[in-house]
Design a binder for this molecule. Structure first.
Ligand SMILES: NC(=O)c1ccc[n+]([C@@H]2O[C@H](COP(=O)([O-])OP(=O)(O)OC[C@H]3O[C@@H](n4cnc5c(N)ncnc54)[C@H](O)[C@@H]3O)[C@@H](O)[C@H]2O)c1
Length: 477
């Protein structure tokens, strides 16, 4: 990648107007692996102008033309999979195996799904003598986080391209390498100039300039609930659509008839995966009070085997967390958990034994947590699990729903009907039954302060489309 300090605007790599720079730090080594430029409002203006101009023609392209374009993007992306995986590990510390098997493929997956959806998406609907048409919303502002960097980028970029929108992307300044690679991929695939534009920068400068921009019709934001609030506030002036995918504190309810050995282990591992840096991670494990001792013993044994290690080592299960800021925030929350009376049954504060470099966190499990404690309420975004006891099924549902968040939920039971029943009572945008995996053709998103948009699959097209009713459009013949 030779374009670290440049932005991709109107089909070209250009010098930034903003004067600032920031280092991209590999969290495993604490060493800078690249330096990127930080843009300003002038860079945003240039990118928005390019996107507005391109919208005139790109919004008029046919379904077939966009299908051909997505096919080309997929073939170039496949060629660059190795580079993508490597960039992700460098910028945010995911183990090489996770980058290769999950992080990079999830990015490609959204292009593949968008292609399939586009092939027979219903852009028009006849209602009596009215034709309802769904049209591209216009220029989209895309802002993404660092935790699943390529996945977050493509679940926005792919539907935007598929629906005929043009866009300005600001990726996370912590992990911008995936986005620079994506720009190279889209350029090689022949995406028309101005359809996709990339400006690097920080949230309060570039992110805010985008959110408030008159030339941007819609913002699609993924990140923390706090930053999402800013985007919504800044977007209010122009009444633009603001689609938000925000934080979570998802409950994992283990009903009393599960195989505890299996599902406690699954719950611990799902929480620790990606060093706990997934918005939908099952960070609150809800178990019957009567089984607490058994659960603690299993969780302790499982967590003890999760050794954080060098992302490049083949057997590494979890790497470091993404940044020093993140490491410090996690340490503070672990300390607060202890101060508030939660019992540490694995991990705890400080770096893992024998580690002196890198932003490594000990996989930490708290037991005897009450849902009022900070570790049960705040999104920690690290390998930290809180185990909370409940009295009965109603109590479990009450605790699961007693949170500002509503992203995901997890329910396990030996009786699938019981699990399905409980799933319907959980106020979240997604629920996993008995450890079922995600499905990238189904909507991903949250209730409450976890957001208001839905990404992935054909539902993910909707944020990028406007609806127009054409009355008197009498069907012919
Ligand atoms: N619901 C989801 O789909 C989903 C997926 C992944 C991550 N997340 C959430 O993302 C967060 C972790 O990512 P993060 O630390 O990068 O989050 P963050 O909110 O700090 O940053 C996310 C993005 O927002 C930008 N930003 C920050 N302040 C802004 C502002 N005032 N205006 C506009 N943009 C601004 C950042 O530069 C970055 O690009 C967690 O809360 C996690 O739950 C949610």
């Amino acid at each position: 990648m030779s374009h670290h300090r440049q932005f991709y605007i109107n089909g070209q790599w250009v010098e930034p107007k903003g004067q600032g720079t920031v280092d991209v730090v590999n969290p495993a080594t604490e060493e800078a692996v690249a330096t990127i430029a930080l843009g300003n409002h002038e860079d945003v203006d240039l990118a928005v102008s390019a996107a507005r101009k391109a919208f005139e023609s790109y919004s008029q392209t046919s379904r077939e033309e966009r299908i051909a374009l997505l096919e080309k993007i997929i073939s170039v992306f496949q060629k660059r999979m190795g580079d993508v995986a490597e960039a992700i590990s460098q910028e945010m510390g995911a183990p090489a195996k996770l980058s290769k098997m999950a992080q990079a493929p999830s990015g490609l997956g959204h292009f593949a799904v968008a292609l399939e959806v586009l092939k027979d998406y219903q852009f028009e609907e006849q209602i009596g003598n009215t034709l309802v048409v769904k049209e591209p919303i216009g220029v989209c502002g895309l802002i993404t986080p660092w935790n699943w960097p390529m996945n977050q980028l493509t679940c926005k970029v792919a539907p935007a391209i598929a629906t005929g929108c043009t866009m300005v992307l600001k990726p996370s300044e912590v992990a911008p390498l995936s986005a620079l690679l994506l720009a190279e991929i889209l350029d090689e695939a022949g995406v028309p100039a101005g359809v996709f534009n990339l400006v690097n920068g920080d949230g309060p400068t570039v992110g805010a300039a985008m959110s408030g921009h008159r030339g941007i019709d819609m913002m699609s934001f993924t990140g923390s609930t706090n930053a999402g609030r800013h985007v919504m506030q800044n977007g209010a002036g122009t009444i633009k659509r603001v689609a938000l995918e925000l934080g979570g504190k998802s409950a994992n309810i283990l009903l009393d008839d599960v195989n505890f050995e299996k599902m406690v282990a699954h719950g611990v591992m799902s929480c620790m995966n990606n060093s706990g840096q997934s918005c939908n991670a099952p960070t609150r494990m809800l178990v019957p009070n009567s089984r607490m001792d058994e659960v603690v013993a299993i969780a302790q044994a499982v967590a003890a085997k999760v050794k954080p290690g060098d992302p490049n080592a083949e057997d590494t299960v979890i790497g470091p967390v993404a940044s020093k800021t993140q490491w410090t925030k996690i340490q503070d929350l672990i300390t607060q958990g202890i101060e508030e009376g939660a019992k540490v049954i694995a991990g705890g504060p400080g770096r893992p034994e024998g580690v002196s470099k890198g932003y490594y966190v000990k996989p930490t499990v708290f037991a005897n947590v009450t849902n009022e404690m900070t570790v049960a309420r705040e999104e920690i975004f690290g390998p930290v699990l809180s185990i909370i006891g409940y009295e009965n099924e109603d109590d479990a549902v009450r605790i699961a729903n007693d949170t500002q968040y509503g992203l995901s939920g997890y329910v396990s039971s030996g009786d699938i009907d019981r699990a399905r029943n409980v799933a319907r009572r959980i106020r979240t945008g997604m629920v996993h039954l008995n450890g079922a995996p995600l499905d990238n053709r189904a909507p991903f998103g949250g209730y409450k302060e976890s957001g208001n948009g839905r990404e992935w699959g054909h539902h993910g097209f909707e944020d990028f489309l406007e609806m127009k009713s054409i009355f008197g459009y009498v069907p012919k013949g």
